[in-house]
Design a protein around this ligand. Structure first.
Ligand code: ZN
Ligand code: CU
Length: 494
């Protein structure tokens, strides 16, 4: 047996959190076939060899919180993820998923950005496979998407038949490979659902071996109530829970993440199975219309808004609402109202500076905290830098500069832990027989270069990325092999 690919002279971080060790890794087809000292029996003249020069080799990073559903079709090169060392993404977060859908009907959330040709997850997965994306993806099925499909924008409880129809969509998606149900309970139309509705749908996920991932109902003044609701849903539907982008939003709530983590620890000690993710930035981002009541615009929030994508006023992109307001001699509230009431105003994606830096560090110290970028993919505007910088930022700032967690621990929480949680089988570890998703990076040099002013910048220090055994990125070059796959929850895929 002669390997197709060998990465030699590296420090291997195997994903388990154990100490790094020197060695080589050999790959044949899409699997790792040898780890350690490689003899001439493994590496032959036909073996493509990368000299790691003592850099780190780890499993490819898993972005557990993305809105990449449409991006897999619009930007199959997935350059903004691949260049960070990401080899898999979890799509369908915050209750918004590309499937199920009504073929031909525009996506109303503004997060997908593709007119569907599919009606269910199997159809979407086929479209993704045809697009040959650079990275793997596994799907959550989104409650907002299902509810809108079945009930439109109705602000009421579902009838019995409507609930049964929604449950049917969850069950079908689980059959077709979804890793669970996601909700976005602050968003339309999910915010009109009572806890019982979510429990009923989460039971379908549970029956299919899936999890419940939630953008919880409130991340600000009522954070702890919202955490309690997620714990209740996990208990009543008997399934694991992922708290998405854990934060305490708004200055008066800063510091509350410690209380919220304590509550989660307590629930876990009593038998719950709750994990979390976080992005390493003090600003969030999403559809602006969802955060404001146009008749009662919150001035505190208006003061911390920056425009990422603004089809109505392109020249606002990359600017703070307060700066635009000062220029026009009006208030930030006036500017927000002007944008929201303009044609296409509802397509605005904003960035909101609502998070405390100290809370990010508190979050990252928690052993069950994974990393999810939560990037919104509109490359025409000035997106949140997390879309391009999340994973290198963890390694550069929080591991190397701040020492908040060790390199081994950080890699574990970006790989093995994430793969176990989201049902990515035979991935997230460097060991013989595992699928060959790998990233070679220099821990001293790795740095995110994306900023709020210049967000579309690929990081430095990520030297090579291997997806399913194929070199997808090397020395700043995207090879375009398109080796990513739509993954089926709980199944090893080759
Ligand atoms: Zn969210
Ligand atoms: Cu999200």
């Amino acid at each position: 047996m002669v390997a197709d690919l060998a990465v030699r002279n590296v420090k291997i971080l195997d994903g388990t959190g154990g100490p790094q060790r020197d060695g080589d890794v050999a790959v044949e087809g899409d699997r790792i076939v040898a780890v350690g000292e490689l003899g001439t029996a493994v590496v032959g003249p036909s073996t493509e060899t990368i000299d790691g020069n003592g850099s780190c080799l780890s499993p490819g990073f898993v972005d557990v919180h993305t809105h990449d559903d449409g991006a897999l079709l619009r930007h199959p090169d997935m350059a903004f993820k691949l260049a960070q060392g990401c080899t898999s993404v979890v799509i369908g977060n915050c209750g918004f998923s590309a499937a199920p859908a009504r073929p031909g009907e525009a996506d109303p959330s503004g997060l997908i950005g593709v007119r569907p040709t599919w009606s269910d997850l199997a159809g979407f997965a086929e479209a993704v496979a045809d697009a040959r994306p650079a990275v793997n993806a596994v799907a959550l099925i989104g409650h907002n998407s299902i509810r809108r499909l079945v009930m439109g924008d109705e602000r009421r409880e579902p009838t019995g038949p409507e609930l049964a129809e929604m449950a049917g969509h969850v069950a079908l998606a689980m059959d077709q490979g979804a890793c669970g149900l996601s909700t976005g309970l602050i968003y339309e139309p999910g915010r009109y659902s009572a806890t019982d509705e979510v429990i009923a749908l989460a039971r379908e996920s549970s029956a299919g071996g899936g999890i419940y991932a939630s953008h919880i109902r409130n991340e600000a003044d009522r954070l702890l109530d919202a955490i309690d609701e997620a714990i209740t849903i996990g208990r009543e539907a008997d399934l694991a829970v992922q708290i998405s982008h854990h934060k305490a939003a708004g200055r008066r709530n800063w510091g509350k993440v410690a209380e919220s983590l304590a509550r989660i620890d307590e629930a876990n000690a009593a038998g719950a199975d709750i994990t979390l993710d976080v992005y390493p930035y003090t600003a969030g981002s999403g559809p602006m219309a969802q955060y404001f009541d146009v008749d009662r615009i919150d001035p505190e929030l208006a003061a911390v808004i920056r425009f990422a994508s603004c089809p109505a006023f392109r020249h606002y992109e990359g600017r703070m609402a307060v700066d635009v307001a000062a220029e026009q001699g009006v208030s930030a509230v006036d500017v927000i109202r002007q944008v929201l009431t303009a044609p296409e105003g509802d397509r605005t994606i904003c960035i909101q500076f609502i998070i405390d830096e100290a809370d990010i560090e508190t979050n990252l110290q928690h052993p069950l905290m994974m990393i999810g970028s939560d990037g919104v993919v509109d490359l025409r505007g000035q997106p949140h830098p997390r879309l391009f910088g999340t994973f290198p930022r963890i390694l550069a700032h929080y591991v190397r500069d701040r020492g908040i967690l060790t390199l081994e621990e950080a890699v574990h929480r970006m790989t093995d832990l994430s793969c176990r949680r989201f049902g990515l089988v035979d991935r997230g570890v460097v060991r013989e027989g595992a699928l060959a998703d790998l990233v070679l990076f220099d821990p001293d040099r790795v740095t995110d270069t994306a900023t709020y002013d210049d967000p579309k910048q690929e990081p430095v220090g990520i030297d090579a990325v291997v997806v399913n055994g194929r070199i997808a990125y090397r020395s700043g070059v995207h090879t375009g092999v398109g080796a990513g796959r739509m993954l089926h929850h709980g199944r090893s895929s080759s």
